[in-house]
Design a protein around this ligand. Structure first.
Ligand SMILES: NC(=O)c1ccc[n+]([C@@H]2O[C@H](COP(=O)([O-])OP(=O)(O)OC[C@H]3O[C@@H](n4cnc5c(N)ncnc54)[C@H](OP(=O)(O)O)[C@@H]3O)[C@@H](O)[C@H]2O)c1
Length: 278
């Protein structure tokens, strides 16, 4: 029986669906999995894991936002004969102390790094696509983004580069074994600068306003986010304001042999697709 399938978790998500498309074009057999994908995989239902892992050679792992389950998942992957694991983690996983975010990411990293399988960890910076596919999109369409972020810049990475890097690592056995890649864009921008570029590219007068973490958490709760999740997201900004993850790295070039895409390139593409029009 063939066991050359690549399992892509989070396959309906921002990175997973891009990674799966790249692998299919490359001729790799892909098993797309998540709660609503053709192969059902639910982190909160370990009964759904073994069927997803059958005949899998390599797995792209998008971890759950609670610490713990990846340890059991790795044990199941080892038992199923999986050979390699590529984990999507996040920048600063090892510098964020005991914040909720740090604990989730470190738990998943510890599980993967402690496995007997070949592993690689990807730690991207904040995605540029958060501005058009995720939490920052609706406020921008409404005309103003307000966040607890000021002068500390963020080296936003284009998610197409995250997907390119993940697809390369998934497709190149041996070359990335035991590596932790900190994937960043080519330049760090403040949130104010990022919104200014989006405003120019879209031709709309979009504003950026700095608010306190408490104001931000309250705003998210008002928008229907749970108290816990709101606190979790606000806490992430407090950690970012320490500047521990604001530097750029060369890791995209190390993996892909080329420079990362610029934020301007992202803003032009998304604006051309009408991302920020009312
Ligand atoms: N956003 C950023 O700037 C950023 C930066 C660095 C790292 N990250 C990391 O990226 C990860 C998110 O990846 P992403 O942006 O590609 O995904 P995403 O767009 O947030 O989508 C989440 C994916 O996970 C699946 N999912 C949700 N709950 C699940 C569950 N209980 N069991 C199984 N699958 C579940 C969803 O599909 P279903 O609904 O079908 O289950 C979906 O495919 C997070 O770990 C985050 O820490 C994000």
């Amino acid at each position: 029986m063939s066991n050359d399938t690549t399992l892509v978790l989070g396959a309906t998500g921002k990175t997973g669906r891009r990674v799966a498309a790249r692998l299919r074009l490359h001729g790799t057999p892909v098993r797309a999995a998540s709660r609503t994908s053709p192969t059902r995989f639910d982190w909160s239902d370990p009964g759904s894991w073994d069927a997803a892992l059958k005949d899998v050679a390599v797995a792209y792992v998008v971890a759950p936002n609670v610490p713990g389950p990846v340890h059991e998942f790795v044990a199941r992957a080892e038992a199923a004969g999986v050979r390699r694991l590529v984990l999507l983690s996040g920048r600063g996983a090892d510098t964020w102390g005991d914040s909720t975010f740090g604990l989730d990411m470190r738990s998943a990293e510890d599980a993967v790094r402690g496995s007997t399988l070949e592993w690689t960890v990807l730690r991207p910076s904040n995605f540029a696509q958060n501005f058009d596919e995720d939490v920052f999109h609706a406020p921008l369409v409404a005309g103003e983004l307000a966040l607890p972020a000021g002068a500390v810049p963020e080296p936003f990475i284009d998610i197409e580069d995250v997907a390119d890097a993940a697809a390369a690592v998934l497709s190149e056995p041996g070359r990335h074994a035991g590596r932790v890649y900190e994937l960043t864009g080519p330049r760090a921008l403040t949130f104010g600068e990022a919104v200014e570029l989006i405003s120019r590219a879209s031709g709309r007068p979009l504003a950026y306003r700095r608010i306190s973490p408490a104001e931000y958490a309250a705003k998210l709760v008002g928008e229907g986010v749970s108290e816990d999740d709101a606190h979790h997201v606000a806490e992430m900004f407090v950690l970012m304001e320490r500047g521990l993850i604001s530097a750029t790295t060369d890791d995209v070039a190390t993996v892909l042999g080329r420079a990362p895409r610029t934020f301007e390139d992202y803003a032009a593409r998304a604006a051309a697709a009408g991302a920020w029009q009312r």
